[in-house]
Design a protein around this ligand. Structure first.
Ligand code: GAR
Length: 198
């Protein structure tokens, strides 16, 4: 008996290229999933336009006063919307805040993130700039489970990306994103195929 499609709820703050990669993998039959809802903490984020264009239920959350987290009542709204969309897995696709109890508790062990470095190196914001400044020969991207720390949850998979002497923050982030667009859908496909999920 085939497994039902994994119901993915996406939370992102940016342009949404990782969401686009996930949707491409679904369309190509490489990922047995459906994106049930797209939420953003940023009302002008490209990820909202992309979600709407693809006919996915898509909503901006109320604007937060904080930068690094959401107010508990706003995060509760997100959790309720994911639950109402029968979300199996919350996918952080370029979400720029910490996740706190109102979302972490109801979706315990069911939140996954992509981060643009080889964790545990360079957690936090603009990790590609941190890697350039540290003059390391390579960086990459990491898919991991989300816990209450900053980019500290259990690592699922990583992909390395070399750093060239000619790299700017933009060229390096672009190359990391190419790696992200392969690694993230592949990790989601493995989760979707996991027989213990049914
Ligand atoms: C991605 O590179 C992702 O790894 C990063 O934001 C970008 C979002 O791009 N996430 C973080 O830095 C999380 N701390 P996208 O909106 O095009 O998917």
């Amino acid at each position: 008996m085939s497994t039902a499609p994994l119901r993915i709820g996406v939370l992102g703050s940016g342009k949404g290229s990782n969401l686009a990669a996930i949707l491409r993998a679904i369309q190509a039959g490489e990922l047995n999933a459906v994106v049930s809802i797209v939420l953003s903490d940023n009302p002008t984020a490209g990820i909202l336009t992309l979600g709407r264009e693809r006919g996915i239920p898509t909503e901006a959350l109320p604007v937060s006063k904080f930068r690094s987290k959401l107010e508990p009542e706003i995060e509760t709204i997100a959790a309720e919307k994911f639950a109402a969309a029968q979300t199996d897995l919350v996918v952080l696709a370029g979400y720029m805040r910490m996740v706190k109890a109102p979302l972490l508790v109801p979706f315990s062990n069911r939140i996954i993130n992509i981060h643009p470095s080889l964790l545990p190196s360079f957690p936090g914001l603009e990790a590609w700039k941190q890697a350039l400044e540290a003059k390391v020969p390579q960086t990459g991207c990491t898919v991991h489970w989300v816990d209450s720390g900053m980019d500290t949850g259990k690592i699922i998979a990583q992909a390395a990306v070399p750093i060239w002497p000619t790299d700017t923050p933009e060229t390096l982030h672009g190359r990391i994103q190419e790696a992200e667009h392969k690694l993230f859908p592949a990790c989601l496909a493995k989760i979707a195929e996991d027989p213990s999920r049914a």
